[in-house]
Design a protein around this ligand. Sequence first.
Ligand code: SF4
Length: 312
Amino acid sequence: MESAPDPSAAPARTGRTAALSPSRAADFMRCPLLYRFRVIDRLPEKPSAAATRGTVVHAVLERLFDAPAAERTPARAQGLLPGEWEKLLAARPELAELFLGEDGAHDPERLAGWLAEAGRLVERWFTLEDPTRLEPAERELYVETVLPDVGEAGLTLRGIVDRVDVAPSGDVRIVDYKTGKAPGPQYRAEPLFQMKFYALVMWRTGGRVPRRLQLVYLGSGDVLTYDPVEAELLAVERKLRALWEAISLATETGDWRPRPTKLCGWCDHRARCPEFGGTPPPYPLPLPAQRPAGEDGPAAPAEDGQGRMDTV
Ligand code: SF4
């Protein structure tokens, strides 16, 4: 599913630009060892029913805006669900394993239940936003900017924004759909950081600070909004520079510390995590003692994904 790590991906040797997405920045902040497993070892992870449902629901909410405003109805959105699931399955046949029964055969009831839950999430969206009154300027927008003065070629910040609305005044609203439940106030820093990451990138590319950041939680029916100011986005930029320094240092030394939290329960890598009695695979990049004298250490490899925000 995933390619083997490529130690030669270091910018110092290939000219490849270092890159960071909100998801991978969040991984490193949550647990440096998790970041290593995902970005450097590129270890495969099992598909999850919840994340896959998030992908399909996102696709439906995106496609719905292809229709004229008056036709963006709950029924139309529901009608898009099976087709979007089929498209995803055709692109990623391994997802079929999510719907196997005890006997290892396809379990249509399991699939039907999963699709029904996706339908409920889509339905709930109509109680939170009215697509007949929205004309998004962008959907699934790939955004990218380069922070200069980081390494040799700068640090590329990139990601995919679910929706961008632009008011007649020119004010920009960045919208992100989450198919999970809204976190309690003490856990909001992470999703907000990710939204500010997008705001920073759009400010740097468009020259205007987005007026509003909006998180739409379909799992609980909540909408969280936040109006960022320039000083906060500058603080996010400083934080990303510091984060990249820490990632580069860990890449160079091979010192990726596990940071256990309650979220370990959802981590695919527990069996190889020292916190749970496991042993990580051999570090795939050369460590200082193994490098010929005078050779630079590996710069942190660019992640391979486009960095969509987590969808559950
Ligand atoms: S189990 Fe927890 S501490 Fe270990 S790698 Fe996963 S997130 Fe990190």
